[in-house]
Design a binder for this molecule. Structure first.
Ligand code: ADP
Ligand code: MG
Length: 272
C-alpha cells in the first residue's frame, strides 16, 4: 500500500482540492483508494458538501468508540472511500491533534487498512506542524502542491528540509513524489515567472509535468460539493488535468506494472 502525504508549508494552496480530484482519478484508474482527512477543520468533507462534522471518523477511532472499518465512507465510485476527521469538537482541536499524533497512532490506523487499499492520500492541515510531521513519518511518499506565486516559491525549502529530516531520523522509505504547480495563471507574469523558476531551478524531475491551472470552475465545484469529474454528465475539460496527474503519480509509484524489462522494452511496430 502506497501512502501519499499531500502536504505544504502553506495553507490555501490546493492540498484538499488536489487530494479530492486526484483521489477520484486514481480510483477511476483502477486503484482501491482512500482519502484520509487529517485537517481538523474537516475541509475535505466540507468540499464534498457534507454538513460540518456530520459523520464519525478518525476522532471516534481515536477514542475507541468506532472501529476504523466501520467509519469508512463509501462513494459513487466503488474504488474510492473517504475517512473523515469525524466529529471533532472545534473547541478541542488541540486534544484531537494530540491524540492523533501519539507515537504509532497514525501508523497503526494505516496498518489496519493495508489489505483493503492500494493507495491512501493523506490530506494534511496547513503548515509543517505535528500532524504533518506524523503524516510524513507514516507515509511512503509526499506530494506537495506549490501555488504559482512568489511567496510559495521562497518557502518551499522549508518543506524539503522537513522531508529530509523525517527521512533521516524516522522514515527512511519516505520518497518525494514531486511538487505539483497549482493555481497556475498563464495571464499573470508573476505566476509565469514562478513556473519558469521552478522548472529551471529544480532539476531531476522534482517538478511534476502536470500543472493545475487557476480556474473559477474549482470555486463552482466547491460550491456544489463535487469533484470536477462528477460536476456534470460531461465533466469540464479541466477535469482531465487530474487524469494526467494520476498518470504522473502512478508512473512515479511504478504501479502501472506491465513487467517490461529493459531488453524487451523496444518500440512495437504499428503495422503488422
Ligand atoms: N486551481 C484552482 N483554481 C482556483 N481556485 C482553486 C484552485 N485550487 C483550489 N482553489 C480554491 O482555493 C481555496 C483553497 O483550496 P484548498 O484546496 O482548500 O487548499 P488547502 O487545502 O491547501 O488549504 C478553495 O476555495 C478552493 O476551491
Ligand atoms: Mg485543506
Amino acid at each position: 500500500m502506497h501512502v501519499i502525504c499531500v502536504a505544504s508549508q502553506k495553507g490555501g494552496v490546493g492540498k484538499t482540492t488536489i487530494s479530492l480530484n486526484l483521489g477520484l482519478a486514481l480510483a477511476r484508474a483502477g486503484n482501491r483508494t482512500l482519502l484520509m482527512e487529517l485537517d481538523a477543520q474537516g475541509s475535505l468533507c466540507l468540499s464534498l458538501g457534507l454538513p460540518d462534522r456530520a459523520r464519525p471518523g478518525i476522532a471516534e477511532v481515536l477514542t475507541g468508540a468506532e472501529h476504523i472499518g466501520n467509519v469508512l465512507l463509501r462513494t459513487r465510485d466503488p474504488q474510492l472511500h473517504v475517512l473523515s476527521v469525524g466529529r471533532v469538537d472545534p473547541t478541542t482541536v488541540a486534544g484531537f491533534e494530540e491524540a492523533l499524533t501519539r507515537t504509532g497512532m497514525l501508523t497503526g490506523m494505516l496498518s489496519k487498512l493495508e489489505s483493503e487499499f492500494d493507495l491512501v492520500l493523506l490530506d494534511c492541515p496547513a503548515g509543517l506542524g505535528k500532524v504533518t510531521s506524523r503524516a510524513l513519518e507514516a507515509a511512503t511518499h509526499v506530494l506537495s502542491p506549490l501555488q504559482a506565486e512568489p511567496l510559495a516559491l521562497r518557502s518551499v525549502g522549508q518543506l524539503l528540509a522537513l522531508v529530509d529530516r523525517v527521512r533521516a531520523e524516522k522514515n527512511p522509505r519516505l520518497t518525494l513524489l514531486g511538487i505539483v504547480l497549482s493555481m497556475f495563471d498563464r495571464q499573470t507574469p508573476a505566476s509565469l515567472e514562478v513556473a519558469e523558476t521552478l522548472w529551471t531551478r529544480f532539476p531531476g524531475g522534482i517538478i511534476l509535468d502536470s500543472v493545475i491551472p487557476r480556474d473559477e470552475v474549482f470555486l463552482e465545484a466547491s460550491l456544489r460539493g463535487s469533484p470536477l469529474l462528477l460536476m456534470q454528465k460531461r465533466p469540464p475539460p479541466l477535469a482531465r488535468v487530474f487524469d494526467q496527474l494520476a498518470n504522473d503519480v502512478l508512473d512515479r509509484l511504478d504501479t502501472h506494472g506491465g513487467g517490461a524489462t529493459e531488453e524487451d522494452d523496444g518500440p512495437i511496430p504499428l503495422l503488422v
